[in-house]
Design a protein around this ligand. Sequence first.
Ligand SMILES: Cc1cc2nc3c(=O)[nH]c(=O)nc-3n(C[C@H](O)[C@H](O)[C@H](O)COP(=O)(O)OP(=O)(O)OC[C@H]3O[C@@H](n4cnc5c(N)ncnc54)[C@H](O)[C@@H]3O)c2cc1C
Ligand SMILES: NC(=O)c1ccc[n+]([C@@H]2O[C@H](COP(=O)([O-])OP(=O)(O)OC[C@H]3O[C@@H](n4cnc5c(N)ncnc54)[C@H](OP(=O)(O)O)[C@@H]3O)[C@@H](O)[C@H]2O)c1
Length: 272
Amino acid sequence: MPRPPLEYNATLIERHDITPRLSVFRVRPDADEYAFVAGQYTVVGLKQGEPRVAEADQEEPGAADPEKMIRRPYSICSSVHQPEALEFYISLISGGELTPRLFNLREGARLFVGPQPRGTLTLEGVPAESNVLLVATGTGLGPYVSMLRSHARDFPAQQIGVMQGASYSRDLGYLNELTHYANELPNLHYLPTISRPEQDPTWQGATGRVQHWIWSADFPIRFGFSLEPQQTHVFLCGNPGMILETQELLLGRGFTQDAKGVEGDLHIEKYW
Ligand SMILES: Cc1cc2nc3c(=O)[nH]c(=O)nc-3n(C[C@H](O)[C@H](O)[C@H](O)COP(=O)(O)OP(=O)(O)OC[C@H]3O[C@@H](n4cnc5c(N)ncnc54)[C@H](O)[C@@H]3O)c2cc1C
Ligand SMILES: NC(=O)c1ccc[n+]([C@@H]2O[C@H](COP(=O)([O-])OP(=O)(O)OC[C@H]3O[C@@H](n4cnc5c(N)ncnc54)[C@H](OP(=O)(O)O)[C@@H]3O)[C@@H](O)[C@H]2O)c1
C-alpha cells in the first residue's frame, strides 16, 4: 500500500535573521513533547509548491510536483529541557531546494518536522574525566549550542573547548551567548575565528580557519588542555572540507573515529 502523503505538523513561532542568509528558526511541533539528546538532528520539510525567497536563485516554473515534501536534516540547537520548541540555525543555499523556501517563511507559517530525532553526534559515551573539543564551521555550531544549553552546569568533561569558524564576524551566530558561557564557566574556553579578515577590518579577534588554531603551539594555553587521544574527545561538524582535513590530521595523531561498533574519540558530522 502506498504511504499517505506527509503533511505539515509544526509551526514556525519565531525567526531571528543574523544576516539575510543566516537565520535562527524556532519551530513548535504539534506533538506535545519532542524528546531528543543534545547534538541530534531532525528532518525539516516544506512542499515544493511553496515560494522561494527573492534573494535565492529561481527555479524553472512548472515541472515540479507542488505537493512533494522536500526534506533535509537540521541539527537541533535548543535545550533538551525545553522540548516544546525546536531551534535550528540555517544558512541559505541560493541554488538549493529547501532553504530558499524556508527563508521565505514568516512567523506563523506551517512546516514539517520529522517525528523522530536522529544522529549520534552526542556526548553519550564521553567519559567525564575527558576533555572535549567542539569544532564547528558555519552552522555546524548548532549541536554544540544544544549541548551547552542543555548541560552547561553538568557537562560531562573536565575542560571544554569550543572553536567556531566563519568567513566573516557577522556570520558568528550565537557569539554573545557563547561568550557569556565562557565568562560564566571557568572550564569553558571559546575561540571564534574568522577566515576573511581582510574584508572585515573592524574584527579584533582571532583570524584564520579553524585548523590553524587546532595545530597552533599555544593551543594548551588557550584551551587549558592538550590535544591528546585517550584524554580528549574531539567533535567536528559542518563543512566537509574542514572535516576531511582535520580528520586526517587527528587520525594521524592517534585519534580513533567513533562509528557503529567502534567507540572512538573523534566524532564527526558532515553537513554536505
Ligand atoms: C546531519 C545533518 C545536519 C545538518 N544540519 C544543518 C544545520 O543545522 N544547519 C544548516 O544550515 N544545514 C544543515 N545541514 C545541511 C542541510 O541538511 C541541507 O543540506 C542544506 O540546508 C541545503 O539544503 P537545500 O535543500 O537548500 O540545498 P540542496 O538542494 O540540498 O543542495 C544544493 C547543494 O548545496 C550543497 N550544500 C548543502 N548544504 C550546504 C552548506 N551548508 N553550504 C554549502 N553548500 C551546501 C549540497 O552539497 C548541494 O550540492 C545538515 C546536514 C546533515 C547531513
Ligand atoms: N553564512 C552566510 O551568511 C552566507 C552568505 C552567503 C552565502 N552563503 C552560502 O552558504 C553556504 C554556507 O556558508 P557558510 O559561510 O555558512 O559556511 P562555509 O562555506 O562552510 O564557511 C564557514 C567557514 O568554513 C571555512 N572553510 C571552508 N572550507 C574549509 C576547509 N577546507 N577547512 C577549514 N575551513 C574551511 C570557511 O573558510 P573560507 O572563508 O576561507 O572559505 C569559513 O571560515 C555557502 O554555500 C555559502 O556560499 C552563506
